[in-house]
Design a protein around this ligand. Structure first.
Ligand SMILES: C[S@@+](CC[C@H](N)C(=O)[O-])C[C@H]1O[C@@H](n2cnc3c(N)ncnc32)[C@H](O)[C@@H]1O
Length: 258
């Protein structure tokens, strides 16, 4: 996959940062010493952590050079580390591991989630938010189109392009036995978007990337035009001329016993 584009990703920064704030609001820690932002992206979620915990050592982890450069530029005093979450191990047990909109890019959650939770200090918190939108028209149509010729040859198995999330009850089960408390919930955001093209631009910065990155410029333009037509018919114009983008997200906050 090509590297992330921090400018494109940040175009909907307010909307993308709202779940990050709502996740952080549920973290029951007042004065943690070590806080890790896993999949920190361009620094938007890291900035929230620095603001809430000004006395903590905050560390951002990501495997995108472009995202890390952008984050370091935004928050020069934070330590940003290049690592793959799949095999990242903290050098000191963190009080908070926070992962907003990142773990959906990493596989094998049955192993990953307990491993991250087990790496926390006593009383530490794992806080995770992931888009739960694979059944939404935006994501159904990227897979459906990818299964058609001529895209299929370049994209491969469309169902394997994104990690399948577990059900929310399974995350609860993975954590509850070893936790002091586990809080899991869903929120469906309804984002007013200017046009079908804006919806395409939104997903182009994230979920659509692995589908269109392998395509040639010509095929990519063709794919995006057909995709936009489908989005146009799935998201009708509302009374103010906008389209409502329904965006389900899953939240998990689990605390280790002290
Ligand atoms: C959708 S962005 C989320 C950014 C930010 N946390 C936020 O709240 O908006 C996902 C980030 O996860 C990073 N990422 C994806 N897979 C990763 C992996 N295996 N290891 C480390 N970072 C990863 C991407 O580079 C990207 O910066």
């Amino acid at each position: 996959m090509q590297d992330w584009n921090p400018q494109l990703y940040s175009r909907y920064e307010d909307e993308r940062t709202r779940p990050a704030r709502e996740l952080l609001a549920r973290v029951p820690l007042t004065d943690p010493s070590v806080v890790v932002d896993l999949g920190c992206g361009p620094g938007n979620s890291t900035e929230l952590l620095v603001a809430r915990y000004p006395r903590a050592r905050v560390i951002g982890v990501d495997n995108s050079k472009a995202m890390l450069d952008s984050a370091q530029n935004w928050l020069p005093s934070v330590d940003f580390v290049a690592a793959d979450i799949a095999d990242w191990v903290p050098d000191v047990a963190p009080n908070l591991i926070y992962a907003n909109a990142a773990l959906q890019w990493v596989g094998d959650h049955e192993v990953l989630i307990p491993r991250l939770f087990g790496s926390l200090a006593p009383g530490g918190v794992l806080a995770v938010q992931m888009p739960d939108n694979r059944a939404e028209p935006t994501h159904h149509h990227m897979r459906a189109l990818a299964d058609e010729s001529p895209y299929k040859a370049a994209i491969g198995d469309s169902s394997a392009v994104r990690t399948d999330l577990l059900r929310i009850q399974q995350y609860y089960d993975l954590l509850a036995r070893d936790a002091a408390q586990v809080d899991v919930w869903h929120t469906v955001y309804q984002h007013p978007m200017d046009s079908a093209a804006s919806i395409v631009e939104w997903v182009r910065g994230t979920g659509l990337k692995p589908f269109v990155d392998p395509l040639t410029d010509t095929l990519r333009a063709q794919f995006l035009a057909s995709y936009e037509q489908r989005i146009d018919s799935e998201y009708p114009v509302r009374s103010d001329g906008k389209r409502l983008l329904a965006f389900p997200r899953m939240f998990i906050v689990a605390q280790r016993p002290a």
